[in-house]
Design a protein around this ligand. Structure first.
Ligand code: ADP
Length: 486
């Protein structure tokens, strides 16, 4: 658990990155300094060798003469030169046959080694740098420089410098780095651990608070600080999400309460009437009346359940539209005929106005559109007193079809208008029961219009009537979606 914590992993990554950076920079400086020092030494050795070659091998006329044992004076002056200018360097001069002619005093009795590679390079007229060690095992940087006359080796100048001081310094530096780097790493890792803890502590607090929120106390919110940093934004988003959750929870609660209430009413009636009949009814006619009333309640429950199932499926996305091209003019004609039949019994006149040239075709789900328009038309008839009228209109506007259902019925008070699409919402519950309404009709209308990418609008005046206007995109919801994206 501890090893899986973000704090631990952050610190581990931090320490690892730091270790890599420290190791890489240590290595870089080690290589860089060693190379710089070597180049510095090589330049110095070369300059000394050239100096000696120019001073002691020139004969004044541009030729270079060998320095032999027979010329102790030149040897002594070379010794003097070394002493004066290059006390640190060890100089040795070899004859063509490889014997040592002169050597600086600081070499004492030791001799500088001559390797095969150096000899080979000298034969080719090339100076040669190498790592060597003296007879007393002192590490040396050694240059073998050939003195040439007409392409022939006259002499070999060997200049060396002891590396023991430099090596000791480098060694010391490495030791310091190796000792202190882990300590620095440890210290910084502790710092990282502390900082990660501080940065993560608000998250832990939020997690603790969030852990206390459940379905029972969805009204609770996480404390929002002043800051607008990432955590502040996260807390705000979290609270907004809680708000949405609370709202939908509330809706679900309300909905299940309403649904059970709606179903309980017909059940209670069924039970009551059946009990009364069992106790009092005598004749077959009395039983028939009770059964007829019962079937009415059963039909009602069936309607409620069907509508509820439809809405539940639509919300769960299990009711995709079966979109196809269809003739809206034909659909409205059919509905008009049905509405006429329904209206007749209540002496309500139904009229159809097709304000379009020719047939209007749209893309949509015919079954759902039929159900939606029928709900609106049936409502128009239901909420219009005898002798009234319902007008069904079809028109076009840009890329939409516009269908209006207008009645001159009881109308809806403006206080109720915002709620009429809510499930089970009824302006007058007692009256609706009589009319057989479930309170779900307009909720279904709203869903069908939305699913087709359309818009619904209602204008109503109590006592004067109501107009529902539905706008649907001709190309169906795909055209609507495309328009939204543009
Ligand atoms: P119901 O099945 O009860 O008719 P709806 O969802 O279809 O339920 O309608 C919700 C409420 O809106 C109705 O109870 C009714 O009060 C009101 N309503 C709907 N259409 C009309 C209309 N054309 N005229 C007056 N009131 C209406």
């Amino acid at each position: 658990m501890f090893c899986r914590s973000i704090r631990f992993r952050l610190t581990l990554w931090y320490a690892f990155t730091l270790a890599v950076v420290l190791a890489a920079s240590g290595l870089f400086w080690d290589i860089y300094f060693s190379r710089e020092l070597r180049e510095h030494h090589d330049t110095r050795l070369y300059l000394v060798a050239e100096d000696i070659a120019n001073l002691y091998f020139e004969d004044g006329r541009g030729a270079r003469l060998p320095l032999d044992n027979a010329d102790p004076e030149r040897c002594n002056s070379l010794e003097e030169y070394v002493r004066l200018h290059n006390w640190g360097e060890l100089v040795q001069i070899l004859n063509r046959d490889g014997s040592v002619t002169c050597a600086s005093m600081n070499l004492r009795k030791y001799r500088l080694p001559l390797s095969k590679q150096a000899l080979l390079a000298a034969t080719n007229g090339q100076p040669y740098f190498e790592m060597a060690s003296s007879e007393s095992k002192i590490p040396l940087r050694l240059l073998t420089y050939p003195v040439l006359e007409k392409g022939q080796i006259v002499s070999l100048i060997q200049v060396a410098i002891s590396l023991s001081e430099v090596n000791r310094a480098v060694h010391h530096l490495r030791l310091v780095l190796l000792t202190f780097s882990p300590l620095v790493l440890l210290g910084l890792s502790f710092g990282g651990w502390f900082l990660a803890g501080r940065a993560l502590s608000p998250i832990l607090r939020i997690a603790r608070e969030a852990g206390h929120i459940d379905a029972e106390n969805l009204t609770r919110r996480l404390p929002e600080g002043e800051s607008n940093d990432e955590l502040g934004q996260m807390v705000r988003s979290f609270n907004l999400m809680l708000g949405r959750l609370e709202e939908s929870f509330q809706k679900i609660k309300q909905f299940s309460g309403d649904a059970s209430h709606e179903l309980r009413t017909p059940l209670t009636i069924l039970k009551g009437e059946t009990e009364v009949a069992l106790r009092w009814a005598k004749s077959p006619d009395e039983y028939r009346n009770v059964l007829e009333s019962n079937i009415e309640e059963i039909n009602r429950m069936e309607r409620i359940l069907e509508d509820l199932l439809l809405l539940a499926k639509s919300e769960a996305g299990e009711l995709p539209l079966q979109n196809a091209a269809l003739s809206l003019s034909d659909l409205l004609q059919e509905l008009y005929l049905q509405a006429n039949f329904l209206g007749e019994s209540r002496r309500i006149k139904v009229l159809l106005h097709l304000d379009v040239d020719g047939e209007v075709r749209i893309i949509g789900d015919e079954l759902r559109l039929r159900q939606m328009f029928l709900n609106l038309i049936v409502n128009g008839i239901k909420y219009t007193p005898e002798g009234g009228r319902v007008d069904i209109g079809l028109g076009l506007d840009d890329s939409n079809v516009v269908v209006s259902i207008k009645d001159n019925g009881i109308g809806i008070d403006k206080n109720h208008l915002p709620h009429i699409y809510d499930r089970f919402y009824r302006v007058d519950a007692a009256r609706n029961r009589e009319d057989g309404g479930t309170g779900l009709g307009l909720a279904i209308v709203r869903w069908v219009v939305d699913a087709h990418g359309g818009l619904i609008n209602v204008v109503s005046k109590p006592g004067a009537g109501t107009i529902f206007t539905v706008k649907l995109p001709i190309g169906g919801n795909a055209a609507y979606r495309q328009r939204q994206e543009n």
